[in-house]
Ligand binder design. Sequence first.
Ligand code: DSN
Length: 403
Amino acid sequence: MNLDEIRNRIFTAIENEEKRQHEGVNLIASENLSSDDVRRAAGSMLAHKYAEGYPGKRWYGGCQYVDECEEIAVDLAKKVFGAQYANVQPHAGAIANLIVYTALLSPGDTIMSLLLNQGGHLSHGSPANISGKLYNFVHYPVKESDCTIDYDEMERLALEHKPKILLGGASSYPREFDWKRMRQIADKIGAILMADVAHTAGLIAAGVHKPVFPDVHVMTTTTHKTLRGPRGALICAQEEFEKKFQSGNFPGIQGGPFMHMIAAKALALRETLTDEFREYQREVLASSAAMAKWFIDRGKRVVTGGTDCHFFLLDVYASYGVNGDQAEKRLMEDNIAVNKNGVAYDPMPISKTSGLRIGTPFMCSRGWKTADFLSLAEQIDKTLTTLGESDPSPSPESFKKRK
Ligand code: DSN
């Protein structure tokens, strides 16, 4: 491949991806379509600027303009989430979580979070992730009966294990967390209550989900999911944590902040204060709930019996006799992007799963309304019914035997 070919292939791939995002159906709950403003800042020359440190206290000259962007982003993050402190430098959600853990704990300390295979996240203590290697994670489960969090069991486990951080938030748990109840539990054992709202930050910003402050001590979030900003993350907290998180971020974990992304975060946070954004999030929730109900009304299994958020989990094995992997691949043939997802107490191996996570944020950003999602539900139902009849999934037991 010559140098021109390399260039052509990369720019063609970018064009093809843009076309895919404009024309395909995207139901991936963690993805969204940011505004022209956000993309302009993210692709700007601020990317060239080194600015280790914080506004007014940098290790490089020439930071006057990026300082301005960071100050605006910090002020907006505090305003949007009702926080006393904000740090907009974290590059990613998993990194923001690591900054919080390392700033507050010593290796070996105990953290309590939702089980990964019941909706939790890798950075919430998976043995394969640095979080699980550095800290002693114990997990609270969801109830077998309805797959919602068992707060009584959470309290019992918290009293038994006395974690230093009680962590709420998830990647594929479709219900709102009860921050007030969790704060009561945290207070009983003197734990810090941490909310990782990577998925729901946009819903919180728009006021369609309850605010996490003042109940939680610290909140982390990505900025590119429902928040509809650039790739990245931020930390908000009560002001007593300011010193720990400032140095925990830099020099603790990160080096030079991505100033282009910080400017883009400021623009995205600004957008959350508009009526258009609030209306958008109402549509995201209404579409997700309506689509989940559509399947339930036809006797299909939706995990927890519905949703409070921007996605729902359809148990395609219980509903159509196909596994999540098959369903994901078949829908992709029709240019419908979804992701296979484990369901709580899943009989299927993690590589196959019983579920699909179906989210509405991206298509609502493209202007879809509830009626569009209901037509799509009908199409998905027909496709999966035919797939289940023609190519049913092997049983969970047969996957075990093959190993
Ligand atoms: N990958 C994200 C998601 O899809 O939920 C979490 O990091």
